[in-house]
Design a protein. Sequence first.
Length: 319
Amino acid sequence: MKTPLISFIISDYDLPIDMLRECIESILALSLDPSEREIIVVDDGSKNIFANELSKYERDIIYIRQSHQGLSSARNNGIQMAKGEYLQFVDGDDKLVTSPYNHCVDVIRQKKSDMTVFDFTKKKPEYHQYSDTFFHSGSYYMRHNNIRGTACGYIFKKSILGNLRFTTGIYHEDEEFTPQLLLRSGNICVTNAKAYFYRERPNSIITDNNIRNRIKRLSDLKNVIIRLSIVADRLPTDDKSALQRRVAQLTMDYIYRIITQTKSRNYLTHKIEELRKEGLYPLPEKDYTAKYSWFRRLSNSQTGQNILLRLLPLLKEER
């Protein structure tokens, strides 16, 4: 059998069937022949089994049902099953946008780059001229640009994965996976094509404000940062510099989340001391971005932290 060009790995857990169908239909609408695509739906132990409702797609999809183990496990099982030259993760409540994603498909057909990076949208995008920029390595790209953590924003060759997989049982698994994936990439294309439609749902993992889950998300993010920092210390100079930039920005994001989600001076002080013991605080004196520079200066003193504690929750509420 011909090797598919792209394997699409769709993760599903207790999603409305209409959303899942819309996701599958968005892939079927792409400019890929049936032999060029592989659609793997991994049902992570949903309460409702939708195998019958998806029977109309039985020639187009591979349906896997597993006991409920979380998003990381579902994606890892999808990776193991995938036969495509390239992989694309899609959350089952999202979908791909036809014209922009077809542009990404054209890029990988013509350039055969290790990875294509594209944009997200929360509304129906209007057609515009696409702009593509090529980088000779993911490491170079990371040293000079901010990256998006979510793994759904990348089409990448399966061959570059090696033994890299998602850590199971945690939140922020993408933040650990994606920078390491980029470091394994050679030439990459970054396009402004808004190819992925992201749907915000009030009861999704990201928007769940249960206090226990909120604390676990913060703890998991801190542990991801620590593990990435350990990985960075073992890398060659350029890769180390690239990953250290990401570690610093994730640490900034971690402090920001503590302030906006807990609004607690005592909790902030305690967590900053934990970061200090790990060598992650104060934030390194780098001019990565203007936002990073001013946040670093404020977060590195108690006076600045007090300003952030007063200001950031108000700014978040206004947004």
